[in-house]
Design a protein around this ligand. Structure first.
Ligand SMILES: [Zn+2]
Length: 368
C-alpha cells in the first residue's frame, strides 16, 4: 500500500529516482528568486480579498513548499484554514493578518494531515494557548498514526532522517553545476533546506483539539462556517470549509490549481466527493495550492481525475502494462488538461502525470 510510504519512499521504491523526487520537491528555475527571498510575510504570501472579511493567503512558490491559507475574520476572532509547512511560514502569515485586524487568531482548521498544511500550527498555539485547532477525527488519527502517509508526527521524524541526505545531494549537485542560474537556484534550495532542518529540530506538534466525524455548521461570531465531510478524496480525512453566506469554499488539496498529489488519495471516491461538493452553493474556491478560482474549475479538476481513471481502466482492459500507459497516456490526456494544469511554476502537468498514472494504476486496478 502506497499509503504506508512517504512520497520519497514511493518514488525511490518505484525506481522513479532522483529526477522525480526533485520535480516533486519543486526544483524549478522560476522559483530561484522567490525561494531566496527573505521571509517577510508579504513575500511568502499574498493576501487577496475574496469576499467581505475573507482572504486567500496565496503562497509564493518555494522549494520547501507552503500551502495556501484562508483567513476568515469574525467578530469573535480570526479563523485560519491550514498552517503551512513550518512555524516560520505561519509566523509570516500571522504578521500579515495582524496588519489587517487586531482580533486574535482563535481557531485554526487543518483540512488534512499532510506536512505542508499543519506543521505551522505550533506558531498559533504559542501565540494563543487557548487556540482551538479543528480537523476531522480521521485527520487527528492520521497525524499520530505511523505509516499514515505524507504528514503527521511520525512523518516529521522521517523528514528529519532524510534531510541530511537531501542536503548532501544538493551539495553534490552544486559542486557539479556549471550554469550560473542553476547554481544560484541550488544555493537557494540548500539554504532553504538547511533552515527547514533547523526548524524541524525545534518542532513541537500542535494537534487538533476539536474534531468531527460528520458535517457540522459552526457559528463563529457573526459568521456561519460549515465544515463539510463529504467522503474520501485527497486523503481519507479531508474537510472542506464552506461559507454559505459569502459563497466561498476552502478545499485544501482535494481541489487545487495544480496537478493533484494522489499518493494518500482514493481516486474513484475523490470524483464522487467532488460531485458532492459541487452541489453546494459557492462562487469562489480557495484551493490548497495555486490561485483563487471560480466554481467552474471544480468540473475541470474532477474531469482530469475521472478521465485518468477511465483511461487507465480501458488501457488495462486492453492488456496494456503500466510502462505502456506511462508512454501513451500523458500525450493523450494532455490535449484537455496540460494547459489548465500548468498555470503555475509548481505542480505542473508534465511534472506529475507520470506519478499520477503510476499511483492511480496501483489504486484503481490494484496491480502495482
Ligand atoms: Zn495534501
Amino acid at each position: 500500500m502506497s499509503s504506508s510510504w512517504t512520497r520519497r519512499d514511493f518514488l525511490i521504491g518505484s525506481g522513479a529516482a532522483l529526477a522525480a523526487v526533485q520535480a516533486l520537491d519543486h526544483f524549478h528555475p522560476c522559483c530561484a528568486m522567490a525561494a531566496d527571498a527573505p521571509t517577510a510575510g508579504s513575500e511568502l504570501f499574498e493576501l487577496k480579498p475574496v469576499a467581505d472579511g475573507i482572504y486567500a493567503a496565496i503562497a509564493a512558490p518555494r522549494y520547501k513548499v507552503n500551502c495556501n491559507a484562508a483567513v476568515i475574520l469574525t467578530n469573535d476572532g480570526v479563523v485560519v484554514v491550514d498552517s503551512h509547512s513550518k512555524p516560520s511560514a505561519a509566523l509570516a502569515l500571522y504578521r500579515e493578518v495582524q496588519s489587517i485586524t487586531k482580533q486574535p487568531i482563535k481557531r485554526i482548521i487543518n483540512t488534512h494531515f499532510h506536512w505542508d498544511h499543519w506543521q505551522g500550527n505550533q506558531t498559533y498555539k504559542e501565540a494563543y494557548p487557548d487556540l482551538e485547532i479543528i480537523a476531522s477525527q480521521r485527520t487527528l488519527e492520521n497525524l499520530t498514526r505511523p505509516g499514515a502517509g505524507n504528514g503527521g508526527i511520525p512523518n516529521v521524524d522521517i523528514q528529519r532522517g532524510m534531510l541530511p541526505k537531501e542536503i548532501e545531494q544538493l551539495g553534490n549537485d552544486l559542486a557539479s553545476a556549471t550554469d550560473p542560474a542553476q547554481k544560484m537556484r541550488l544555493e537557494s534550495n540548500m539554504r532553504q533546506t538547511q533552515a527547514y532542518m533547523a526548524e524541524l529540530a525545534n518542532f513541537k506538534p500542535a494537534l487538533p483539539t476539536r474534531t468531527f466525524d460528520k458535517t457540522v455548521s459552526l457559528v463563529v461570531g457573526d459568521r456561519e462556517i460549515q465544515i463539510l465531510l463529504l467522503g474520501r478524496g485527497h486523503t481519507d480525512g479531508d474537510v472542506f470549509i464552506h461559507l454559505p453566506k459569502e459563497k466561498v469554499v476552502a478545499t485544501g488539496d482535494a481541489l487545487i490549481d495544480w496537478m493533484p498529489y494522489m499518493n494518500d488519495g482514493f481516486p474513484e471516491d475523490w470524483v464522487h466527493t467532488l460531485d458532492a461538493l459541487e452541489k453546494f452553493d459557492f462562487t469562489h474556491i480557495i484551493p490548497g495550492h495555486g490561485g483563487v478560482m471560480p466554481k467552474e474549475h471544480l468540473a475541470f479538476f474532477r474531469g482530469y481525475m475521472a478521465d485518468l481513471i477511465a483511461a487507465i481502466k480501458s488501457a488495462h482492459a486492453e492488456g496494456a502494462s503500466l510502462d505502456e500507459m506511462k508512454k501513451t497516456l500523458p500525450d493523450r490526456l494532455a490535449v484537455k488538461y496540460e494547459q489548465g494544469m500548468s498555470k503555475h511554476p509548481l505542480g505542473r502537468y508534465r511534472d506529475r502525470i507520470g506519478l499520477n498514472i503510476e499511483v492511480a494504476y496501483g489504486k484503481v486496478v490494484g496491480k502495482a
